[in-house]
Design a protein around this ligand. Structure first.
Ligand code: MN
Length: 736
C-alpha cells in the first residue's frame, strides 16, 4: 500500500463513522505532517509519515474519534521531532489541536525506569493526570500500539524496555479506560518481546490445533444459536480463542501446560436487552453443565471500569470447558472501546441519557452537562486525579502529592529529615522558591544542608499536605522537647543535690522503675521534659521518689539483717573476707544505704561511742539521734506516721576527728565559776565552740557549753572534770 493509498484509507475509515468530519482539516494536517517529517525515516527504512498515518488510522478504526483527534494524531510527532511549534500549529489548525499535540509530546518525554508496583501505579496516574484532555491519552495509546506493532525493527534492549513499559503502563491504562481490544493487543505484543519462548509456544500450539478447535467451536456455536433461534432471541454469537497473554497468565498462575488450561475458548453472545442476557444464560446452563463458582454477574455488579457482562464457564461435550460471555450491544461497545465508545454515542447524538449509566466515565470527565456534542468533546477533561499532582524525584520515582503542592511538601514526602534539612529546591534543574507550585511531570530536587536551621513556622502555611504540616509541627515540638529536657534535668539535679540524694541512687535499675511509677512518667527524659515545660516540679519529683528509695533501702536492710542473723548462728565461722566493709558518711554507717546524706541531730548531739539511731527525714537525708534521745523514744519510733523511717545506724571505723556536742552545767552561782570551768575545758583539750550562761531567779547559773569531742570517752572525761568543780550540781547532755 502506497502512502497515498494509506491516506485514502484513513479518509474512508473516518467517513464510514463520521461523514460530517472536517476532511479539509484532516488533509491539511496530513500534508503539514508529511512536509515536516520529510526526509526522516523510521527504523524500518520507510518514510516517517507512515507512522503518524498509521496512528491516525488506529484512532479512527479502533476508537472512532472526532476530527480534531485525527488531525492531532497525524501531527502528534511534529512538535517533538521537527521544527514545528505549538504557536504555529495553533495558528494553522486550532489551539485545541495544538494542545493535543503538545500533550502527546509531553507524555513522550516522560522517562520510565523499571519500578516496583506502587511506582507503576503512580506512573499510570501521572500519565492520565498529565493528559488533561482524555484524547491525549487515547492518541498516546494509539501511538504506542503502532510502535509495538513495528517493534521488530528496534534493537533487542529497546524492544524489552518498550514492552515492559507497555505491559506495565499502557495496557493497564487501556484496561482502566475500558478498551479491551487495544489492551489485549498491547499485552500480546509485549509478551512477544518479554518472553519470546513462551509466546512462540502458545502461538505454535494454538495454531497447530486450530482446525480441531475450529470444528469444536463451530459445533458449540451452532448448538447455542439453534436454541436461541427456536426461542426467538435475536443474537450475534461468535467464538474465539483466548488471547495469548491471557493464556500465558493462566499457564503461569495455575502452573499448567497449555493443554490443561481451563476455558481456552470463549464465546460471546450479544443480544438486544438485559432481559435477553439472562434468557441466554438459562439456555447455556440448560445445554451444558455449568462449572460451580464460575458464574459472574457483572451486569448486576459492574466492574470499576464500567464493564458489564454475564460470565459463565460450562463443560462442553468431550469434557472440554469453555466460557460464555453474554451482554447487550451497548455493553459490548463499552467493553471493546471503553471511553471511546461512550463518545461515539455522544457524537451520534444519542443524547445524554446513556451517560448516566457510566458512572466511572462521569468521574473521569467534567463539565459535560448540557453541552452539544462538539462542545462536549472540546471540554473533555480528566478530573480523576484533579486533586493530585505527580512529580519525579531525581532518580525517577514518582511522588503523588496534593494539587498545589510545593517543594516543601515534596521534601517531607521523601523523608522528614530531608524536609528538616532543606535549604532550597530545584524544579526541572532550575532553582525555585519554596512556595513554587509543582506541576505534573516536574523533576524535583531538594537541596539540603547539614547546617540547615530547620523548618520555619511559615512553612506550615506554605505546605499543602497534612503530612508535611504534621512533620513540621513534630519538629517544633521535638526541638522544644530537647530544650525542655535540658532545663528540667538541671532543676531536678539541683533538687537532688539539695536533698543529699545522688543521681546514682535514682538511676539504680532496682529503684528507677519504681520511682518512675511514683511520678507517672515512662522515662526520666519525659519527666525532665515535664519539669522543663512547667507541668511538674523538681521538688515534687524528688519528694515522691524518696519514699521509693527508702522502701528499697529497707528491703536491703532486712536482707542484711537476715544475713547477719544467719552469720551469728554460725559462731565458729570466721568472718567472711568477702563481706564488704560498710561505707560510712561522716563516720556513720547507715544500714543498706551508701552515700547517704547524714546529719547529727541538734537535740542530742551524739558523739562516737554513743548508742545511736537514724531517722530518715523528708528531703534531708538521715538524721542521727542518740538512742536515749526523747525524740527517738520507743513511742515515737512506733508512731504510725514515722513507721519505717527509723533506721539502724552505727559508728563506722573512720569517724571524724571531732563532733560538735552540747553540755549543760547547772551550778550554784558564785564568783570565778566561769574561770574554773574554762580551766577544766582547757585541761581536757576540749575545743570550745561557745559558752552561753544564764542566771535563774533563785541564784542558780546554767552554762550551755558547745564543744567538739572526739568520742564519748573524751566527753566523759570532760564531764567528770566539770563535776569536780565546786558549786557544780549537775552536768547533762541535753536531749529532746
Ligand atoms: Mn509517535
Amino acid at each position: 500500500m502506497t502512502i497515498q493509498e494509506q491516506y485514502e484509507l484513513l479518509e474512508k475509515t473516518v467517513r464510514a463513522y463520521n461523514p460530517a468530519a472536517d476532511f479539509v482539516g484532516i488533509r491539511a494536517a496530513y500534508e503539514y505532517a508529511e512536509k515536516a517529517h520529510r526526509g526522516q525515516k523510521r527504523k524500518s527504512g520507510e518514510p516517517y509519515i507512515i507512522h503518524p498515518l498509521a496512528v491516525a488510522q488506529i484512532v479512527a478504526e479502533e476508537l472512532k474519534l472526532d476530527s480534531e483527534s485525527i488531525e492531532a494524531a497525524l501531527l502528534h510527532d511534529v512538535i517533538e521531532d521537527t521544527q514545528a511549534t505549538h504557536a504555529e500549529i495553533s495558528k494553522i489548525f486550532s489551539p485545541t489541536i495544538a494542545d493535543l499535540v503538545e500533550g502527546v509530546s509531553k507524555l513522550t518525554r516522560i522517562q520510565y525506569a523499571t519500578k516496583e508496583d506502587e511506582q507503576m501505579e503512580n506512573l499510570r496516574k501521572m500519565l492520565i493526570a498529565m493528559s488533561k484532555d482524555i484524547r491525549v491519552i487515547l492518541i498516546k495509546i494509539s501511538d504506542r500500539l503502532h510502535n509495538m506493532r513495528t517493534m521488530e525493527y528496534q534493537s533487542p534492549p529497546k524492544q524489552k524496555q518498550k514492552s515492559l513499559e507497555t505491559m506495565e503502563i499502557y495496557a493497564p491504562i487501556s484496561h482502566r479506560l475500558g478498551m479491551q481490544r487495544m489492551k489485549w493487543e498491547l499485552e500480546d505484543l509485549s509478551l512477544k518481546y518479554l518472553d519470546p519462548v513462551a509466546y512462540e509456544e502458545i502461538i505454535t500450539k494454538t495454531e497447530a490445533k486450530r482446525p480441531e478447535y475450529e470444528v469444536f467451536m463451530g459445533r458449540m456455536q451452532e448448538q447455542m444459536s439453534r436454541r436461541l433461534d427456536e426461542m426467538g432471541v435475536k443474537h450475534i454469537i461468535y467464538g474465539r480463542m483466548k488471547h495469548p497473554y491471557s493464556i500465558y497468565r493462566k499457564m503461569f498462575a495455575q502452573n499448567r501446560s497449555l493443554e490443561e488450561i481451563f476455558d481456552l475458548f470463549a464465546f460471546r453472545v450479544i443480544v438486544e436487552t438485559v432481559g435477553d442476557c439472562y434468557n441466554v444464560l438459562g439456555v447455556v446452563h440448560d445445554l451444558y453443565k455449568p462449572i460451580l463458582g464460575r458464574f459472574k454477574d457483572y451486569i448486576g455488579t459492574p466492574k470499576p471500569n464500567g464493564y458489564q457482562s454475564l460470565h459463565t464457564t460450562v463443560m462442553g461435550p468431550d469434557g472440554i470447558p469453555f466460557e460464555v460471555q453474554i451482554r447487550t450491544r451497548e455493553m459490548h461497545e463499552v467493553a471493546e472501546y471503553g471511553v471511546a465508545a461512550h463518545w461515539k454515542y455522544k457524537q451520534n447524538g444519542q443524547g445524554s441519557g446513556t451517560e448516566g449509566r457510566y458512572e466511572w466515565v462521569r468521574r473521569l470527565l467534567e463539565n459535560q452537562e448540557g453541552a452539544d456534542a462538539e462542545e462536549y468533546i472540546h471540554s473533555l477533561k480528566i478530573d480523576m486525579f484533579a486533586d493530585s499532582v505527580f512529580v519525579f524525584t531525581p532518580n525517577g520515582d514518582v511522588q503523588n502529592l496534593p494539587a498545589g503542592a510545593t517543594p516543601i511538601d515534596f521534601a517531607y514526602a521523601i523523608h522528614s529529615a530531608v524536609g528538616n534539612r532543606m535549604v532550597g529546591a530545584k524544579v526541572n534543574n532550575r532553582i525555585v522558591t519554596l512556595d513554587h507550585p509543582l506541576q505534573n511531570g516536574d523533576v524535583v530536587e531538594v537541596l539540603t544542608s547539614k547546617n540547615a536551621k530547620g523548618p520555619s513556622r511559615d512553612w506550615m502555611k506554605i505546605a499543602k499536605s497534612n503530612e508535611a504540616r504534621s512533620k513540621i509541627r513534630q519538629w517544633f515540638k521535638k526541638e522544644k522537647k530537647e530544650e525542655n529536657i535540658a532545663n528540667g534535668r538541671a532543676s531536678f539535679e539541683a533538687e537532688l543535690k539539695h536533698c543529699g540524694i545522688s543521681m546514682k541512687d535514682i538511676t539504680d535499675p532496682e529503684v528507677l522503675h519504681g520511682i518512675l511509677k511514683k511520678v507517672s512518667y515512662a522515662s526520666l527524659d519525659e519527666m525532665y521534659a515535664a519539669i522543663g515545660y512547667g507541668g511538674f516540679t523538681a521538688q515534687k519529683a524528688v519528694s515522691r521518689m524518696q519514699g521509693e528509695i527508702q522502701r528499697v533501702a529497707k528491703l536491703h536492710q532486712a536482707e542484711k539483717l537476715a544475713a547477719e542473723a544467719a552469720e551469728a548462728k554460725e559462731e565458729a565461722a570466721p568472718p567472711s573476707p568477702a563481706k564488704k566493709k560498710a561505707k560510712s558518711e561522716q563516720g556513720i554507717v547507715v544500714e543498706g544505704l551508701d552515700n547517704c546524706l547524714v546529719k547529727f541531730s541538734k537535740c542530742c548531739t551524739p558523739v562516737p561511742g554513743d548508742e545511736i539511731i537514724g531517722f530518715i527525714t523528708r528531703g534531708y537525708g538521715v538524721s542521727v539521734h542518740r538512742a536515749d534521745c526523747p525524740n527517738a523514744s520507743p513511742e515515737k519510733r512506733s508512731a504510725p506516721d514515722q513507721a519505717g523511717r527509723w533506721i539502724k545506724v552505727s559508728w563506722g571505723t573512720d569517724t571524724n576527728d571531732s563532733y560538735p556536742t552540747t553540755l549543760e552545767v547547772v551550778c550554784k552561782d558564785r564568783s570565778n565559776l566561769l574561770l574554773d570551768i574554762s580551766a577544766a575545758l582547757s585541761t581536757t583539750n576540749s575545743f570550745v565552740l561557745g559558752i552561753h550562761s544564764r542566771s535563774t531567779e533563785d541564784e542558780f547559773a546554767i552554762f550551755r557549753i558547745e564543744v567538739r569531742m572526739k568520742d564519748s570517752k573524751q566527753l566523759s572525761a570532760l564531764m567528770n572534770k566539770l563535776n569536780q568543780i565546786s558549786g557544780v550540781l549537775k552536768v547533762n547532755r541535753p536531749a529532746g
